[in-house]
Write a protein that binds this ligand. Structure first.
Ligand code: GL4
Length: 807
C-alpha cells in the first residue's frame, strides 16, 4: 500500500551517532563503556529517527480533524523496545552492523534492556499489540495507562516454590519516554458533595496530580506513530516545609509518599484483588486524567462538546476503566453545564467496552460504602445512570446490588457497543453474564476476535522463519498477513519443508543454548519441545499437563525399551502472589521435575524444564522453538487466548480444547492439523451437574489414580505427604475445572501427538500449514474490525500520501 517513509542512515553514520550519544548523552568513551552504555546509546540513536515521523503523524491528525481513538487500559505489557523500533524503522541490519563494527555483540546489547512489564498477561499484551496495529494502520490513537514504578514482580524458585521480588525497571533511565511536566491534571478523592446555588459541587478531601509521560509507538516501516501516554501520580505540593522546619522530617515528605503510592505498583493479578481501595484509586486516577486530557485536546481545537462523539472513540479495556462513564458525565455536567440526559447520551456515544473474562472473581464490584467514600460525586452520578437505564430497559438488571457497585453492568450500560474477544466467548457473554442486558439492549454485544502483531511475534522473534517466508512469498506479508496463505502451495515441496524444519531446529538450538547459559540446564534439541507458557491458573490446567507427564513417566518406566518419542516438557509462568493453589501447582511441577529428570531409565525420553521468571522476552525465545503448543483450558473459561495464535503462527501445532480462540484457530488450520480433545463448554456445564463426577472419573482411570497416589505418597516431595494433600484432595472433592474428567482424553491425544511427531516429514508439513493458515489472527485484522464496527475511525495513511503527492 504505502512505501517506507524512513530514509536509512549508512552504517558509518549510524555508528557515529551511537558514539556521539555514548559521549554526549552517557558521558562515556568507548574504552569505558558498559553494555548498559552501549544499549542506551543505541536506543537513543534509534529514537532520534522516531521523533520526526511522530511529529508528522501528530500534525496530520490535527489537520485531518478526524476521529481519534483512545484506548484506556490498566495494563500495557510491552517488553523490550530496541529491536522493535529498529525493525519498524527498517534499520535492523544497520543497527546490528554498526554495533558489531563498534566491537559489541548485538544480541547482548539488545538483551540488556529490561522488559517494560506493565501488565500481567494476555490482557496487557493485547493492549500492546493493539498499539502496534493502530500505528501500522495509521489510525490516530492514544493509549492511556499508568506509569507504574514497579511492573510485574520477578519470580524466583526456592526449593521449587515461587518467591516474588519487586521489579525495578525505572531504576534505569527509560529512554523511550518523554516527560511532559506541563501536562498535569488534578485528581480528586473523598470529601463530600453539596448543593450550592442549585449546583452540585464536589468538595474533595484529597488531591493528587497526574503527570504525563509520552512514548511514541512506531508502526511498521515507520509510516505512522501514535502516542502511549502513561500517568504518574505526584503530590500537589512536594514538601511540607512547615513540618520540616519543626524537625519532623518524615511528616515533611508524607504528602509526596502518599500521592506516589497510587502509581507505585501494578496489581499482580488481573483476575482477583477486586475490592481494594488503592486499586479503585488507581482506576479513577488514570481514567480521570485521560478524560481530562482528551477533553482539553478536543476543546483546544475549537470543538463543541455536543459533537464529541464524532471526534472521540474511547475503548475501555475490561472494566478497570469503567469509571469513565460516570467521570465523563461528571465532567460534562459539573464543568460544562450539560443536563443529565444529554450528558449520559453524549458519554455513551463515545464509550465502548471490551469484556475479557467470564470468571466471576474478575468481574469488578465495589462495596457501596467504600465507593461512596472514595468517589462521592460518582456515586450519585451512577444513581442517575441507573435511573436512566431503568427508564429505558426496566429494572431487571441493577448496577447497585447486594451493597455493591457492579462495574460490568455499569460499563455495559454506558457503552454503545460491548464486545467479547473470540466467537465462543462473545456468545457466552450473551448467554451468561450479560444475558438480561443483552435482551434489554439487543445488538449491543458484538465479537472482535483477538489478534497478535506479526511484527513482534514472527518477523522479529523468528528470523530463520522470516527469511524462509521472504524467500518464498516475498516481503509484503508483515502488514498483510493473509499473504501467508501463499505458503500453502509449497507444503508438498520437500526443499521448502527442509528449510521450514531447519528454521525450527535453529530456534530450538538457540533456546537450548540460552537455557544452558542462563540456568545451566541441558536439553536435547532433537526431542519434541512441548510448551505451556501462560499465567498459572487452575482453569488453564497446568496441573493436568503435569499429571499427564507423570503418567507418561510411569508408562516409560514400565516399558523402557518401547519406541518412545523423546519430549521436553517446558513450563513457564507466574502465579499471583496470593493464589495458594497456583503456587502449589508450581511447587509440584518443580518437585516432579527434580525426581523425573534424575531418573536414568527415562532420561533420554522425558525431561521437565521450568525456567523461572517467564516474561515477554522469554516468550519471544520459547515460541519460535516450540514443536507443540499446549492450550488445554477447561472449555468456556479462556476468553480467547493469544499465546495460542503466536504458537500456530510460528509453526507449532496445538493440542487443545474447544475453548476461546482455539475454536477459530482449528477452523483455520484444519481439524487434521490440530490435536483436539476434551469436553465442550456445554458438556462441561452438564458434567458439573452430575454427582461425584470427579471421583467417578478417577475411579475409571487407573493411570490417573496411580499418579494421584504417587503424589499423595510423597514420592515427589521427599516423603512429605502433607505438601500436596490439598491439591490432590481438591481434585477428588471439587474438581471445578474438570482436570479428572478430561485427563484420559488428554493422555490419548498426547499419544497421537507422539505418533505424528515420529513421522517428521508429515509433522513439518502440519507445522507449515499452521503458519500458512493463521494470517487472519493478525491484530491488524482485529483493529480494522474495531475501527469499522465500533469506532467509525479512519486510517489517515492514504490521505496523507495523497496530500504529499499533490504537494
Ligand atoms: C484475558 C483472558 O483471560 C484471555 O483469554 C484473553 O486472551 C485476554 C485478552 O483478551 O484477556 N482476560 C483477562 S482478565 N486476562 C486475560 O489475559
Amino acid at each position: 500500500m504505502t512505501t517506507p517513509r524512513i530514509s536509512a542512515p549508512s552504517v558509518e553514520a549510524f555508528s557515529a551517532a551511537i558514539l556521539r550519544h555514548l559521549k554526549l548523552s552517557l558521558g562515556k568513551d568507548p574504552e569505558h563503556a558498559s553494555l548498559y552504555d552501549w544499549r542506551m546509546s543505541l536506543a537513543l540513536s534509534l529514537r532520534d529517527h522516531v521523533v520526526e515521523p511522530w511529529f508528522e503523524s501528530t500534525r496530520k491528525t490535527y489537520e485531518a480533524r478526524g476521529k481519534r481513538v483512545y484506548y484506556l487500559s490498566m495494563e500495557f505489557l510491552i517488553g523490550r523496545l530496541v529491536e522493535d523500533v529498529a525493525v519498524n524503522l527498517g534499520f535492523e541490519d544497520i543497527a546490528e552492523e554498526a554495533i558489531t563494527a563498534l566491537g559489541q555483540n548485538y544480541g547482548d546489547v539488545v538483551a540488556n534492556e529490561p522488559d517494560a512489564a506493565l501488565g500481567n498477561g494476555g490482557l496487557g499484551r493485547l493492549a500492546a499489540c493493539f498499539m502496534d496495529s493502530l500505528s501500522t494502520l495509521g489510525i490516530p490513537a492514544y493509549g492511556y495507562g499508568i506509569r507504574y514504578e514497579h511492573g510485574l514482580f520477578e519470580q524466583h524458585f526456592e526449593e521449587g516454590a515461587q518467591i516474588e521480588t519487586a521489579e525495578t525497571w525505572l531504576s534505569q533511565a527509560h529512554v523511550w519516554e518523554f516527560e511532559r511536566p506541563e501536562v498535569t491534571y488534578p485528581i480528586h478523592f473523598g470529601g463530600h458533595v453539596a448543593v450550592e446555588d442549585g449546583k452540585t459541587v464536589w468538595h474533595a478531601g484529597e488531591t493528587v496530580m497526574a503527570s504525563a509521560y509520552d512514548t511514541p509507538v512506531l508502526g511498521w516501516q515507520g509510516r505512522w506513530a501514535n502516542t502511549l501516554r502513561l500517568w504518574a501520580a505526584k503530590p500537589t505540593t512536594n514538601f511540607d516545609l512547615e513540618s520540616f522546619n519543626r524537625g519532623d522530617y518524615i511528616a515533611a515528605s508524607a504528602p509526596e509518599a502518599l500521592a506516589r503510592t497510587i502509581s507505585r505498583v501494578l496489581y499482580p493479578d488481573d483476575t482477583t484483588d477486586v475490592g481494594k481501595e488503592l486499586r479503585l484509586k488507581q482506576e479513577y486516577f488514570f481514567t480521570s486524567a485521560s478524560l481530562q486530557d482528551l477533553l482539553r485536546r478536543f476543546l483546544s481545537e475549537g470543538g463543541a462538546l455536543k459533537d464529541l462523539p464524532d471526534h472521540v472513540a474511547i475503548q475501555l479495556n475490561d472494566t478497570h476503566p469503567a469509571i469513565a462513564g460516570p467521570e465523563l458525565v461528571r465532567l460534562l455536567m459539573d464543568e460544562h453545564q450539560f443536563e443529565v440526559a444529554q450528558a449520559i447520551t453524549t458519554a455513551r456515544a463515545c464509550l465502548a467496552y471490551t469484556n475479557h473474562t467470564l470468571l466471576p472473581e474478575a468481574l469488578e464490584r465495589w462495596p457501596e460504602d467504600l465507593f461512596a467514600r472514595v468517589l462521592p460525586r460518582h456515586y450519585r452520578i451512577i444513581q442517575l445512570i441507573e435511573a436512566a437505564h431503568f427508564a429505558t430497559a426496566g429494572e431487571t438488571v441493577r448496577i447497585f446490588e447486594h451493597g455493591e457497585v457492579k462495574m460490568g453492568e455499569l460499563a455495559f450500560v454506558m457503552a454503545h457497543h460491548v464486545n467479547g474477544v473470540s466467537a465462543l466467548h462473545s456468545e457466552l457473554v450473551k448467554e451468561t453474564v450479560f444475558s438480561d442486558l443483552n435482551a434489554a439492549y439487543p445488538g449491543r454485544i458484538i465479537n472482535q476476535t483477538n489478534g497478535i502483531t506479526p511484527r513482534r511475534w514472527l518477523y522479529t522473534c523468528n528470523r530463520p522463519l522470516r527469511g524462509l517466508i521472504n524467500d518464498t512469498i516475498g516481503t509484503a506479508w508483515p502488514d498483510n498477513l493473509d499473504q501467508l496463505s501463499g505458503l500453502t502451495a509449497h507444503v508438498e515441496d520437500s526443499a521448502f519443508l527442509d528449510r521450514f524444519q531447519a528454521a525450527k531446529d535453529a530456534n530450538k538450538a538457540r533456546l537450548a543454548d540460552w537455557l544452558k547459559a542462563r540456568d545451566g540446564v541441558s536439553v536435547d534439541p532433537a526431542a519434541m519441545f512441548d510448551v505451556q507458557i501462560k499465567r498459572i491458573h487452575e482453569y488453564k490446567r497446568q496441573l493436568m499437563n503435569l499429571l499427564e507427564t507423570v503418567a507418561l513417566w510411569n508408562d516409560i518406566r514400565a516399558n523402557p525399551n518401547g519406541a518412545w518419542t523423546p519430549r521436553v516438557k517446558l513450563f513457564g509462568g507466574k502465579a499471583a502472589p496470593g493464589y495458594v493453589v497456583a503456587k502449589e501447582i508450581i511447587h509440584l511441577i518443580n518437585d516432579a521435575a527434580r525426581v523425573i529428570n534424575a531418573d536414568p531409565v527415562t532420561r533420554e525420553f522425558l525431561q521437565i524444564v521450568y525456567p523461572e521468571n517467564y516474561n515477554v522476552s522469554m516468550a519471544e525465545m520459547l515460541i519460535p522453538a516450540a514443536d507443540l503448543s499446549e492450550q488445554i483450558s477447561t472449555a468456556g473459561k479462556e476468553a480467547s487466548g493469544t499465546g495460542n495464535m503466536k504458537f500456530a503462527l510460528n509453526g507449532a501445532p496445538t493440542i487443545g480444547t474447544l475453548d476461546g480462540a482455539n475454536v477459530e484457530i482449528r477452523d483455520c488450520v484444519g481439524a487434521e492439523n490440530f490435536f483436539l480433545f476434551g469436553l465442550t463448554a456445554a458438556e462441561v456445564t452438564a458434567r458439573r451437574a452430575e454427582p461425584d463426577y470427579a471421583r467417578t472419573a478417577i475411579a475409571a482411570s487407573p493411570r490417573l489414580s496411580e499418579v494421584l497416589d504417587q503424589i499423595r505418597s510423597g514420592l515427589f516431595s521427599g516423603g512429605d505427604r502433607d505438601r500436596y494433600v490439598n491439591l490432590v484432595n481438591g481434585l477428588y472433592d471439587h474438581d471445578y475445572f474438570l482436570v479428572t474428567c478430561d485427563f484420559d482424553a488428554y493422555f490419548a491425544a498426547q499419544r497421537q501427538v507422539d505418533t505424528a511427531f515420529a513421522d517428521s516429514r508429515t509433522w513439518t508439513r502440519m507445522a507449515a500449514l499452521n503458519t500458512a493458515r493463521v494470517g487472519w489472527f493478525s491484530s491488524d485484522r482485529t483493529i480494522s474490525g474495531y475501527a469499522k464496527d465500533i469506532w467509525q475511525a479512519q486510517s489517515l495513511l492514504e490521505q496523507r500520501d495523497a496530500d504529499q503527492n499533490v504537494a
